[in-house]
Design a protein. Structure first.
Length: 324
């Protein structure tokens, strides 16, 4: 009887161990630092100290705590809210890799503590928390409808948040746009005092006494939240006066990020993603020669990398013979 009981106990222990092992999953540390303790009880001892992004194995969970194994094999407990699941972590990594191929639309910083999320939504999984004053790069913008707070009076206009797609070091994700302030080059910062500036990219450079001075494409938005920008301006460098001047302005645009800059046959070009009043998507392409910017033409769609076709040169009509 004793042997049977012992065997049963061993079998139960083995099954429980197998169930825990099968439930092992990968997670990542969310806060900048995280203490691992030996027990979720009120009286507990420290086991290890982890940093943001450290990989751990989750061995089990209670209501608010997770039992984990760290890289060196030590086992302890942390609050479950301090861990990021592997699927969300990998999605954030994919976002980062996608942005490696894109050009930032502007640089800026957080004006307060902000949450970086995997999707542009207030209830989306948090990838990390950014401190106030954190430097970042801006790549995209999206307007997202949100639910009205309980008890709020009904409104004919839906509440919407502007979200920015940003990169912070080796992390990428979405954050509320109202928590971002843009950082402009000092020489053109005065422009932002009278405009809702949303993008600033380098189009080309000019030589000035052995140095290369950048020339900027700047975009702003007037009177709407629907479009990413409605107005562009080119700032070129006036060598004689040693200052920036406005070389090109265009208004009444219905534009969306990203503004893309490229070299075509050694000449700087940039293209805007626009829509017409009927919603047709197209790109307008411009050429930058020294300090002069000129439109080149139109390309249908937003994803094409083609250049506009040059208008055909009309052939001269054949000369008519005079009538006799």
């Amino acid at each position: 009887m004793v042997l049977v009981a012992a065997g049963g106990l061993g079998y139960f222990s083995w099954r429980r161990h197998a169930a825990v092992s099968a439930a092992v999953e990968t997670a990542y540390v969310l806060p900048e630092s995280l203490g691992v303790v030996d027990s979720p009880a009120e009286i507990r001892l420290g086991v290890a100290m982890l940093r943001h992004g450290d990989r751990v194995e989750v061995l089990g969970r209670t209501r608010n705590w997770s039992k984990i194994r760290v890289a060196d094999g030590r086992v302890g407990w942390v609050e479950t809210a301090s861990l990021l699941d592997s699927a969300s972590y990998e999605k954030g990594q994919r976002l980062f890799l996608e942005l490696q191929r894109e050009q930032p639309q502007a640089v800026g910083h957080t004006v307060n503590v902000a949450n970086l999320r995997v999707e542009p939504a207030r209830d989306a999984v948090q990838l990390m928390q950014l401190r106030a004053g954190q430097s970042l790069e801006i790549f995209g913008r999206r307007m997202v409808e949100r639910l009205a707070p309980p008890g709020a009076p009904p409104s004919s206009e839906p509440l919407r948040d502007a979200w920015y797609l940003v990169r912070v070091g080796e992390k990428a994700g979405w954050m509320l746009g109202r928590l971002v302030a843009l950082d402009l080059p000092e020489a053109i910062a005065h422009y932002a005092q009278s405009a809702n500036l949303v993008a600033c990219v380098v189009v080309s450079t000019v030589e000035d006494k052995g140095r290369r001075v950048p020339q900027y494409l700047v975009a702003d938005r007037v009177g709407t939240t629907e479009y990413d920008f409605t107005h562009i301006r080119i700032f070129t460098w006036w060598v004689k006066k040693q200052e920036y001047v406005t070389a090109y302005v265009e208004s009444n645009l219905r534009g969306y990020f990203p503004l893309r800059v490229s070299q075509v046959d050694g000449v700087p070009h940039f293209r805007l993603r626009l829509v017409d009043p009927k919603g047709r998507k197209f790109q307008k392409v411009y050429r930058m020669v020294d300090t002069i910017a000129r439109p080149v033409g139109i390309v249908e769609g937003w994803e094409s990398q083609a250049m506009p076709e040059r208008p055909a040169v009309p052939s001269r009509p054949a000369a008519r013979r005079p009538r006799r």
